[in-house]
Design a protein around this ligand. Structure first.
Ligand SMILES: O=C(O)CCC(=O)C(=O)O
Ligand SMILES: [Fe+2]
Length: 325
């Protein structure tokens, strides 16, 4: 990527602000309770669940520390990412993603129809074990929202579309005009993100709509609520809007792990979380179709916004919200 091509330039209202706002109170959750005992019970677990619930409600994201992933494993992936992106453009393009092949290398992604200042490599994992909370059909334990721990099992038991992305943001000549990734919400269920010490991630604070800089915490993971959790929970939890700033001197690496259900999953508010007084706010949609439409629209600049969950919002829910806002 050489000079700043106009395709990278954000509209005025979406450009990063010169002053970075560092937020206090970004939720940081210590998972050592889960490491110290094979099946944590009682008040420790209740406190942890309450912390996660509050973070999901109030922020739509949080950071976790003491998560049990060995530092050496993270370092290995990070150094492999650096080795990959250090190769020549010609080498990288040998494993290029295209409209037929959804995985691999790619440096022309558009978010909200503006090109991102980044290059990526997407790949899948053989045994993605992060969701659900339990795979045991007899597990009686309930989690947050009073759902059984294995409630999400059918969506993830096979054919998950979970994938990992290696993001590389080269130094940018115009960090005040372009973004590493434009404003967006992650479309899947949940994202687990590792970032290096350079910093650049900003999230939109729900209380006042301000863009807040997420200061890197060594070895922490950031967890984002995705759009599917928003729909499953019938808006109890809302996905978080976020974007990435770039800078003129240092390259940055990040590694999101996008946790996504099977492609044939029909996404709709979970029946247990809706009632006569709290009816489903979304129409059902097919995840595979949604995902494929989003992927294709990321390939080129379009004149219309790419597919979003609000397009599945039921008209009555939209109307009630506009009265409340
Ligand atoms: O690089 C980051 O910190 C975030 C990347 C991101 O939001 C994404 O790839 O969806
Ligand atoms: Fe994202």
């Amino acid at each position: 990527m050489g000079e700043v091509d106009p395709t990278f330039i954000q509209e005025l209202q979406h450009r990063p602000k010169p002053a970075v706002i560092e937020a206090h109170g970004i939720p940081q959750i210590d998972l050592s309770t889960l490491q110290n005992s094979s099946s944590p019970v009682g008040s420790d677990l209740e406190d942890l669940v309450a912390d996660v619930r509050n973070a999901c409600k109030n922020w739509g994201f949080f950071q976790v520390i003491n998560h049990g992933v060995p530092i050496e494993s993270s370092e290995k992936v990070k150094s492999a990412a650096k080795r990959f992106f250090d190769q020549t453009a010609e080498e990288k393009r040998k494993v290029r993603r295209d409209e037929a092949n959804p995985l691999g290398y790619y440096d022309t992604e558009h978010t909200k129809n503006v090109r991102d200042w980044k290059e990526v490599f997407d790949f899948t994992v053989e045994v993605p074990t992060t969701m659900p909370a339990s795979h045991d059909p007899d597990d009686e334990q309930t989690t947050d929202l009073n759902l059984p721990a294995n409630r999400l099992e059918p969506f993830f038991s096979k054919d998950q579309t979970t994938f990992v992305r290696l993001n590389h943001y080269p130094p940018c000549l115009a960090p005040d005009l372009a973004l590493g990734v434009g404003r967006h919400k992650d479309a899947g269920a949940m994202t687990i993100l590792a970032q290096d010490d350079v910093g650049g991630l900003e999230v939109k604070r729900k209380t006042d709509g301000e863009w807040i800089f997420v200061k890197p915490t060594p070895n922490a993971f950031i967890i984002n609520v995705g759009d599917i959790i928003q729909v499953w929970s019938n808006d109890t939890y809302e996905s978080v809007e976020h974007r990435v700033r770039v800078n003129s001197t240092r390259e940055r690496f990040s590694i999101p792990f996008f946790v996504n259900p099977a492609h044939y999953t029909v996404v709709e508010p979970l029946a247990e979380l809706t009632s006569e007084s709290n009816p489903a706010k979304y129409k059902a949609y097919n995840w595979g179709k949604f995902f494929a439409t989003r992927k294709v629209s990321n390939f080129k600049k379009l004149d219309v916004e790419n597919i979003q969950i609000y397009q599945f919002k039921k008209p009555n829910a939209r109307k009630i919200e506009s009265l409340v806002v």
